[in-house]
Design a binder for this molecule. Structure first.
Ligand code: SF4
Length: 482
């Protein structure tokens, strides 16, 4: 018995020493971890939709034990009916319960949002306070919710968002060994510079949701794989790269269910019907098999970055490309765009030349078009993956059907949208667009093959003229140097 205890004690001490070593090394690796998270999710945001801090506060309370996707379905009618803290405070509780019913625990949640709003009205003039001490005095608002609101709605680095995803990934990375969210937050705040708090929390939520998932973390595709001790991840939980055998759509395996899970929640709602169609299961199987057997671009984490950077409700321009770049490191999920540090390809160089002639914009030192995407320019390719160095290798596998559904969804938006179709391939999609409600701007493609016709077409000022006509804010096309 004594020997058993001694053995157990020794094993425990060994495990603590091992954990200690990992934690030390994880802390040293932290700048690199942050750098990679920043590259993968440069503009990470919480996936709850909101227009103001109050909406985010309410949505975050509703998101307890519920998916963001479902909350995003519930909140538009809720905020349409009760747009202010006073309105929610004075609402009929039974009516609130009905409106939030789909989020689960609806009685407690209706009461929680009403109590929080009553406190806002009574003590803060109906406004959401901008500091964590006041926010956490609201009933039902703990540090996590307060940090979500302050980080995401106000841009204030009050602390690090620690939800179940951040807690789990931090433990696996060896950044903490605690279970309690507030203790984890204290450790992260002590290790991370304050300037990284906002990005780190939001990016780790996305990483945990789509890559370092609770079951079957996708370590093989993980950008942190070489830095991560994978603490607590059993060997058989790790999702190894798929082998060359295509995953069967009906097998229920994880490989074929990944694509739909990677689509951001707001777009997943809009595109829900597509996931039920046979072509989509075939497409998932095809991409899984290709990733298992070949190098495929863009990396999985960037597959839907165009949708992530331009939420459905924000789309006001759709610029359509064809195929992802097939060179190393170029494709990151947005047409024409390349990540910082990657040389702009010829079409993009021509786009910048025309931009200079059209609006006098300085040619940037990078080809990273995310600032356009964040202003509502959906940079959509018709095909979303490609085998490395083999252009058009993933055409006619189902992506066109899926991206046609995206174009149709944008076409169905109430607010008019500017569709920019360069070249014959993109212009074939004109039939999906109601040109009576929206505006279609056609022109030559900026590729070296047609650049003579592209130069002088002044597409950027044309887009802005139409946006002004529509009563929308024009795009600031000037890209910053990075
Ligand atoms: S390597 Fe695996 S355990 Fe570590 S962060 Fe990535 S997905 Fe998670």
């Amino acid at each position: 018995m004594g020997a058993t205890c001694n053995t157990a004690l020794a094993a425990h001490q060994n495990s603590l020493q091992t954990k200690g070593r990992f934690m030390l090394s994880a802390a040293r690796q932290l700048p690199l971890i942050v750098q990679r998270l920043n590259q993968a999710h440069p503009s990470a945001r919480y996936e709850l939709n909101f227009d103001n801090p109050l909406q985010l506060l309410v949505a975050t309370i509703l998101a307890a034990q519920c998916t963001d996707e479902r909350v995003n379905r519930v909140t538009p009618p809720l905020f349409a009916q009760y747009p202010t803290a006073r309105a929610i405070a004075d609402a009929d509780l039974a009516d609130l319960e009905t409106l939030v019913r789909a989020t689960g625990y609806y009685r407690q949640k209706a009461k929680a949002i009403q109590n929080a709003c009553r406190a806002l009205v009574e003590r803060f003039g109906g406004q959401v306070p901008r500091n964590i001490d006041d926010l956490t005095t609201l009933p039902g608002v703990a540090r996590k919710t307060a940090n979500v609101v302050l980080n995401m709605a106000f841009g204030i680095p009050s602390g690090v968002i620690v939800d179940t995803h951040v807690a789990r990934v931090s433990r696996r990375l060896g950044l903490t060994e605690h279970e309690d969210g507030e203790r984890i937050e204290q450790e992260l705040m002590a290790t991370l510079p304050q300037s990284d708090w906002i990005l780190f929390g939001a990016a780790l939520v996305l990483h945990g949701r789509y890559t370092c998932t609770a079951r079957d973390p996708h370590c093989a595709d993980c950008m942190l794989n070489d830095l991560c001790p994978k603490l607590g991840v059993a060997a058989d939980e790790v999702d190894e790269p798929a082998v060359a055998t295509p995953a069967c759509p009906s097998s229920g395996g994880t490989a074929v269910s990944k694509l739909r899970d990677l689509v951001p929640a707001d777009w997943r709602d809009v595109l829900a019907d597509e996931f039920e169609k046979p072509y989509f299961a075939q497409l998932e199987a095809f991409v899984a098999a290709e990733r298992g057997a070949h190098q495929v671009f863009p990396p999985e984490r960037d597959l839907f970055s165009a949708l992530r950077e331009t939420p459905f409700q924000d789309v006001k321009v759709l610029l359509l490309g064809q195929d992802p770049y097939h060179g190393d490191g170029q494709a990151h999920g947005m047409c024409f765009s390349v990540p910082p540090g990657i040389k702009a390809p010829p079409s993009l160089v021509n786009m910048f030349k025309e931009l200079k002639d059209d609006l006098g914009c300085k040619v940037p030192n990078n080809g990273y078009l995310v600032p356009w995407a964040k202003q509502g320019v959906l940079l959509l390719n018709a095909v979303l993956t490609v085998r490395a160095h083999e252009p058009n290798s993933h055409k006619n596998q189902g992506w066109e059907q899926f991206t046609d559904a995206i174009i149709r969804a944008v076409n169905d938006k109430k607010k008019p949208v500017v569709f920019v179709l360069w070249g014959a391939y993109a212009q074939k999609k004109e039939k999906l667009i109601d040109a009576g409600r929206h505006r279609v701007l056609k022109g030559a493609h900026p590729s070296p093959l047609s650049m003579k016709k592209f130069f002088g077409s002044r597409p950027y000022s044309a887009v802005n003229r139409v946006l002004q006509e529509f009563g929308s804010k024009p795009i600031d096309w000037q890209l910053p140097d990075v």
